[in-house]
Write a protein that binds this ligand. Sequence first.
Ligand SMILES: Nc1ncnc2c1ncn2[C@@H]1O[C@H](COP(=O)(O)OP(=O)(O)OP(=O)(O)O)[C@@H](O)[C@H]1O
Length: 216
Amino acid sequence: MKHTMEISGMRLLFDERLILSDVYMKIETGDTVGLLGRNGCGKTCLMRGVYGTLECEKSVIIDNISVYEAYKKPSLIRYLPQHHFIPKYLTLKRVFRDFAVDFERFTEFFPVFQLWENTKIGHLSGGMHRLVELYVIIKSDAKFILLDEPFTHISPVQIETIQSIIDEERSCKGFLITDHLFKRIQESCNQVYLLLNRKIHYVENEDDLKKMGYLF
Ligand SMILES: Nc1ncnc2c1ncn2[C@@H]1O[C@H](COP(=O)(O)OP(=O)(O)OP(=O)(O)O)[C@@H](O)[C@H]1O
């Protein structure tokens, strides 16, 4: 079944400073939407606004129903923040059980984790910890997945595997992914947008990014 999320009229002010204005985006099942933008332009704020953990003016409509506090509805949206969010004292077994994600399948993609089912996530390296968080969010049973800089701290080989998993999962989900690297976004996404001057701009190709001053 195809699901649609429409984000519109998003406007965010911090004191007198306008961060986002009139943001519009539509994401459907099967979409992998990439969001580029310079440091501090508002990508994280946009995601947190959609997720409902940052207050702002907005309309988020999923399948014709308005959603205000998406973070309370994990079956609709899951969000991977830039920072670690799974408590360090939890074992991998517990994490995969809580997210209802198959650990065996995970170890088929990433065999290095085979012996670590009873290891606490805090004992993993930062990159491994990140990989577990990224995987369980991508594989969670939700209609839309927001990934804030998912490839940071992940090795190139693991990035390729993750990209193939996202490609598989999009048959039943829609993805919004931020990154700084056009190449990575181009490889992972079927639509690309640039957040520039508080607004979302559709990007057809590299030339568009050059015209908008994002690439040289
Ligand atoms: N709680 C807050 N109070 C005031 N200003 C904030 C707050 N949170 C974010 N900002 C500011 O809003 C702007 C957008 O921040 P945001 O984190 O969304 O940028 P970003 O595009 O995700 O950056 P990066 O690519 O570096 O992660 C920044 O200038 C930031 O300093």
